[in-house]
Design a protein around this ligand. Structure first.
Ligand code: SF4
Length: 284
């Protein structure tokens, strides 16, 4: 049987790492996999180390890509190939996206599109596949509300919903049997200070590792009026800036606790609200 090519979007988290492992171990007779990781330059170093470890141990032959932004042209980001060693660590691709499109936030949610989706589409086209060629995305059965409205149009499939339905506790349990792990807690995943995260998670990061906000603080100070419109923009929901998050974090509050499920947290306090697509950044 001729095998079909399947792109697999590895986001750098435990769920999508498990998906990569599961596909390799259960679907290798059906597909030729092309594993892709789109680096934004704002991931935690431990995320990059984890991605590299998964690549080596699972044998993913992972392709690391980053956005190439085209200033002054009406075209979306294309891609360049990087590696664990050469991947940006100081937000360089993110800064280029902000220079062109402005600060991303709930009203201008372009960072996922320009830092991940368009570079992945560009990479697919470079291999002579269509932009919407089939791509596996690591969304679990207990977070089905994260599937974006354009998932079908983008060719996304969800193996952890349809073929191997799995929940977060099962993923966490699976990782307890592995000889390596991500090494950071949930609130530090993806871009560490992602504006989609709940205010509680952001306040927790501000309190524990305030330096993680240095990049977003500089972006707000340098590029607040970049992009469409002239109104100054800030990153966080409720029109909160980095400084606002820090002010809130000075007051007494209960720090984020990974043990509490997100939904339960959301029901307790509005500061636990995160976007419907959870805190993640997926090609769906
Ligand atoms: S993780 Fe958040 S900040 Fe980073 S690209 Fe995705 S949506 Fe944007």
């Amino acid at each position: 049987m001729k095998k079909e090519a399947l792109f697999v979007s590895f986001s750098g988290g435990r769920t999508s790492a498990y998906m990569c492992w599961w596909l390799l171990n259960n679907k290798a007779d059906e597909y030729n996999f092309i594993f892709v990781f789109a680096n934004t330059g704002q991931e935690h170093e431990k995320t990059l180390e984890f991605v590299n470890e998964c690549d080596k141990r699972f044998g993913l032959n992972l392709v690391w890509i980053e956005a190439v932004v085209h200033h002054g042209e009406r075209i979306g980001s294309t891609h360049k190939i990087v590696s664990f060693e050469t991947a940006s660590r100081k937000g360089e691709p993110f800064e280029e996206v902000i220079k062109k499109y402005g600060i991303p936030n709930q009203d201008y949610p372009h960072c996922n599109r320009e830092l991940k989706l368009n570079p992945i589409f560009s990479y697919k086209r470079s291999l002579e596949f269509k932009s919407n060629h089939k791509m596996a995305v690591g969304i679990r059965v207990d977070e089905i509300d994260r599937i974006g409205p354009k998932a079908k149009e983008h060719g996304c499939i969800h193996p952890l919903i349809k073929q191997r339905p799995i929940t977060k506790p099962e993923i966490v349990h699976w990782w307890t049997f592995q000889s390596f792990d991500l090494g950071i807690s949930e609130e530090e995943g993806n871009c560490v200070t992602c504006w989609k995260k709940s205010i509680r998670k952001l306040m927790t990061i501000a309190k524990r590792t305030p330096e993680q906000f240095n990049f977003f603080r500089r972006m707000e100070s340098q590029y607040s009026t970049a992009g469409a419109g002239n109104d100054p923009r800030v990153f966080f929901r409720g029109h909160n800036s980095v400084d606002d998050i820090f002010e809130e974090a000075k007051k007494p509050f209960k720090e984020f606790n990974e043990e509490l499920p997100e939904l339960q947290l959301r029901m307790l306090d509005p500061i636990d609200f995160s976007n419907g697509c959870s805190d993640s950044c997926e090609a769906a």
